[in-house]
Design a protein around this ligand. Structure first.
Ligand SMILES: Nc1ncnc2c1ncn2[C@@H]1O[C@H](COP(=O)(O)OP(=O)(O)OP(=O)(O)O)[C@@H](O)[C@H]1O
Length: 373
């Protein structure tokens, strides 16, 4: 490499590295007009002080569901006094935790950590809504986690029937799910099904062309001019599309490719940097899912890694030694990790012993263990 192509210490390929970060809210939001319209239609009554329609937003990971809701919530808060609250159910995965978060959003301080019953917490939220004659719109993001914990029906029931228990309380609910195997309505109790008839808004995968359109904007804002060419963008879009169309993969690829170019002290990002970055970026889902796991779930992932391909009954011994949890809880945890796509639990017939589940990791064991440390 000639000297003038080398990056000096105080130089960077990045103009604004922040645009590649997870929590960056993009200004332009292309290829989601229809979904934004659908959501707006449902939320419009809230601006007039009425209860909005409930919404079920579904689509594979990284298709803009959270971003759409954040943008609309921003607009709503700017033009009205509607209360908006987005709850990340991966973090707050019980009814109590969800309502604590709502309390915090509305009152700007956390509820007392002990001694306050659910009823009281709930009562304070609805009292405030009634007194101030305000509307609350709640987005339950990654609602699938409430299902994995068996908390979805109770949580939705309380939200949807708030106006019965507390006359005048106006709450609208948007549930967001990226688990397309989960039949949400079917999985809810009948008492919830009878009151929950949401508008449906679907977020399909972006195709390769759309990914290029969207990421072009990030490249322009994130890198200095002339740093990343079209060949880089096309390769990133291709890899993103083949990994399932999750834009997070593409955004992560751009950032890592940039860092890799800097490591080579290069002033430009090349396709080879993208290929190198892909070895890490392809695991963004895995990292995201592992982040939200509890200690006992992590223990189970480790145990399965050590007993790859063995039967659930046999693996249990090692698990119980580590955690002292019972078999029922063990089975529930297996189901959750299976639904999250971290492990695979497949039924196999065992001679004379009926059917049993065989456990294995859905990813390369080293990639998983590395991310748990
Ligand atoms: N149309 C778009 N334009 C610009 N950026 C987008 C667009 N769609 C998604 N993104 C970006 O892709 C990333 C993932 O989007 P987002 O979190 O909204 O997806 P999601 O569907 O909610 O994912 P999950 O279901 O996994 O939570 C974010 O960084 C977001 O900024």
């Amino acid at each position: 490499m000639a000297d003038d192509e080398m990056l000096s210490w105080d130089e960077s390929v990045f103009r604004d590295e922040h645009v590649f970060e997870i929590d960056f809210l993009p200004e332009t939001f292309r290829h989601r007009e229809e979904q934004m319209q659908g959501l707006k239609y449902a939320l419009r009554p809230a601006v007039r002080g009425s209860r909005p329609l409930n919404v079920m937003a579904r689509g594979p990971p990284g298709t803009g569901k959270t971003t759409a809701v954040q943008k609309l919530f921003g607009e709503l808060a700017a033009v009205s006094d509607v209360n908006v609250a987005r709850v990340n159910c991966q973090v707050d995965s019980t009814r109590y935790a969800v309502f604590s978060r709502l309390f915090e959003e509305m009152f700007d301080y956390e509820p007392p950590t002990s001694g306050i019953s659910f009823k009281k917490l709930f009562g304070q939220i609805t009292d405030r809504l009634v007194e101030e004659d305000e509307v609350l719109v709640v987005a339950l993001d990654d609602v699938n986690y409430l299902f994995y914990e068996g908390e979805a029906s109770d949580t939705l029931y309380s939200l949807l029937r708030a106006h019965e228990a507390h006359t005048g309380a106006k709450i609208g609910v948007i549930i967001i799910s990226s688990d397309l195997d989960l039949d949400i309505i079917e999985e809810l109790d009948e008492r919830v099904q009878s009151v929950f008839r949401p508008e449906e808004v679907f977020f399909p995968r972006y195709d390769e062309r759309e990914i290029v359109d969207i990421l072009e904007e990030r490249v322009k804002r994130g890198f200095r001019e002339g740093v990343a060419g079209l060949d880089v963008l096309d390769r990133v879009a291709e890899l993103t599309a083949t990994t399932g169309g999750d834009l997070r993969v593409g955004i992560d690829l751009l950032r890592r490719a940039g860092l890799h170019a800097e490591m080579r002290a290069s002033r430009t990002v090349e396709v080879a940097d993208v290929e190198e970055a892909y070895n890490k970026s392809k695991y963004v889902h895995l990292s995201r899912h592992l982040q939200g796991l509890s200690d006992s779930e992590i223990a189970l992932v480790r145990v399965v890694a050590e007993h790859e391909g063995e039967r659930a009954g046999d693996v249990y011994e090692s698990f119980s030694e580590e955690t002292e949890l019972g078999y029922t809880r063990y089975s529930e945890l297996i189901n959750k990790l299976d639904q999250l796509g971290i492990i695979e639990a497949e039924y196999t017939s065992v001679d004379g012993r009926g059917r049993s589940r065989q456990l294995s990791l859905a990813y390369d064991a080293d990639a998983v263990l590395e991310r748990l440390d």
